[in-house]
Structures are given as C-alpha cells and as structure tokens.
Design a binder for this molecule. Structure first.
Ligand SMILES: Cc1cc2nc3c(=O)[nH]c(=O)nc-3n(C[C@H](O)[C@H](O)[C@H](O)COP(=O)(O)O)c2cc1C
Length: 302
C-alpha cells in the first residue's frame, strides 16, 4: 500500500456499496427477516465468546466512581506514558464492566439490553482481551473478558506477551510502560448476518463506543489511556490466537496510572513527509473540490 496517496479508493468503494438507498428494499427486508427469525434471536440472546476449559477469575462489581461525568470528559487526554504503579483488580474490573460489561444486569433474560455500550441490534460484536503486564494479583499474560459473567478467562500466562504486544504496535514505548493493554476485537459475523455490507460500519462505530467508555473511566480512577490504531494486525492476532478474518483486532488501549511528571511533547518524526503531502493536498484542491464536482470554495478563504 502506498503510504502517502491522497484519498482511498477502497474506502470509497466500500462506502458507496454500503449506502442505504431509498428505493432499494433489500436492506430493510434483510434486517426484518433475520431480526425476526426465532433461531437468530435464540443464537444471539447473550452474544459473547466463552472459552471452555479456561481458568476463570471472578471480578468484583465496581464501586461507584467519584468523578462527575463532566469532569471525566474534561480530564480525558491521550496518555502515552505511565507510572510504574500497578493497576489493581478492582480498577481493571471497573474499566471492563463500565466499558463493555453489563453494569445494569442481564435485563429481562430474553435480550441483553443493559450493557455499558450500545450495539446495532444488540448483537455486541466487540470482545475485549487484556494483556496484563502489571496488575496486582494477576500473573502477566493474556486474558479474555467474558462480559456476560463479568469474569476474566485465562488464555495464556506467557510473561513475554506484553513485550510481544508492544513490539506488534507502532508505539512500543507506549505499551512498554502500560500496566495493561486492552485489545478490542470484533467478531464480524454477529453483525453481518443481519446487516450485510452495512455491518462493517456498525462494528467500527461500536468499537469506538466501548473505547470511549474506557477512556472516560480511566481518569475517574486516576489513570490514563490512549487509543492506538497503529499495529501490525496479524502479529496481534497471533498473540490473542484469533484468526484475523472472522475476528480481528481494531484497537489497542494501553492503560496505567499517570506518571508523576507530564508527558513529553508529541512525537515529531515524519513531519517533513507530512508537510509535503499537506502542501500537495492544499494546492491540488483535492480535499475541497473533487474533480467533476462543484467547487465548494476554499476553506482557506473561510
Ligand atoms: C482512531 C484513532 C486512532 C488513534 N491511533 C493512535 C495511535 O496509533 N498512536 C497514538 O499515539 N495515538 C493514537 N490516537 C490518539 C490521538 O492521537 C489523540 O486522540 C489526538 O492526538 C488528540 O489528543 P487527545 O486524545 O489527548 O485529545 C488515535 C486516536 C483515534 C481516535
């Protein structure tokens, strides 16, 4: 892939082909037919992976957070360096339950509706894995959060997992100091069966809902986090032992306590290449008025 092309034909192709159009009834038909199917409803009643045979660690129910929501929103900042202080299991339990768990309970037992994050059709394609480096009471390694039961499933107590995950990311220096990194994956099939081509949009949006919850709970616990989209996908999949096709990682969220001193300035690498592309973008007008479409004027002119 060319790293500095303008625009993305793949994205445009996908977007065009996943548009809902007024006179095309197939999307509505599909949603209604699949959504009303009793077998589909039965299969998707309590979505979420369960690792049979894994050692299970019960998590505590989180205490109410002290920080008002408006303060957590104002305090949220991407934190890229963490103190050496480990996370506690109650901290981790709060991050997990209040981002992707069922803080409101299991609902009416028919459909799980009381989750922390919304999901198209209540199908919840998001899974969370926790790669632990320094959490009091947990051995380093890879765990899966089984949201339905608010437990961790122990997948791989390999103490090298945090370092391997750091290397798989584009920012090893960030992950190396994080007490734990949450890896958000999506099981696409849960959503595609009902929503067809439009499902990919929903899945990615939903990962964002879950991630934002993590990013807001972190400051309320005196912690910080950063959403990371830059990583070598299949290396992350190998660490989690997922196939990268039916289930794939979309986000890394390193979490930890705040360092005593503030963050250093933003990383400065690659600034010349970026400046050259920006110059090309501005002077070609590609961002503001695509060829063959009406000129929408220049943002430079206001
Ligand atoms: C989709 C997405 C991907 C991101 N990926 C990275 C990343 O790979 N590395 C990184 O350091 N920050 C990443 N960030 C964090 C942004 O750089 C950060 O949100 C931005 O600089 C604004 O700063 P703030 O979060 O402190 O408001 C990502 C943010 C989003 C929303």
């Amino acid at each position: 892939m060319d790293s500095l092309t303008i625009g993305s034909s793949l994205a445009e192709l996908y977007h065009e082909n996943s548009k809902q159009r007024r006179h095309d009834r197939s999307f509505g038909w599909r949603v209604a037919t699949v959504g009303n199917s009793p077998s589909f409803q039965r299969l998707t009643r309590r979505p979420g992976k369960r690792y049979g045979g894994a050692q299970v660690i019960a998590l505590p129910r989180p205490e109410p957070l002290d920080m008002p929501l408006h303060q957590a929103i104002a305090a949220r900042r991407s934190v890229r360096r963490f103190s050496a202080r480990p996370l506690t299991v109650p901290d981790l339990a709060a991050l997990l339950m209040l981002s992707a768990g069922l803080p409101g309970g299991a609902g009416d037992g028919e459909r799980t509706t009381l989750r922390a994050a919304p999901s198209a059709g209540g199908l919840h394609p998001t899974e969370i894995y926790v790669v632990v480096r320094a959490v009091d009471g947990l051995e380093p390694g890879v765990y899966h959060y089984r949201a339905n039961d608010h437990v961790l499933e122990t997948l791989d107590l390999d103490a090298t997992a945090p370092a391997r995950l750091a290397e798989a990311s584009s920012y090893p220096e960030i992950l190396e100091t994080a007490a734990a990194t949450l890896v958000l994956t999506a099981v696409f099939g849960r959503t595609t069966l009902k929503y067809g081509e439009r499902a990919y949009r929903f899945v990615v949006l939903e990962i964002g809902h879950v991630a934002q919850n993590v990013l807001l709970v972190a400051p309320a616990l005196g912690c910080g986090a950063v959403p990371i989209g830059g990583f070598v996908d299949d290396e992350v999949h190998a660490i989690l032992d997922v196939d990268g096709v039916d289930e794939a990682s979309l986000y890394l969220l390193p979490v930890g306590h705040l360092p005593p001193d503030p963050d250093p300035p933003e990383w400065a690498g690659g600034q010349e290449a970026v400046a050259a592309v920006m110059e090309r973008l501005w002077s070609s007008g590609a961002v503001l008025s695509a060829p063959g479409r009406p000129d929408r004027g220049s943002a430079r002119d206001g």
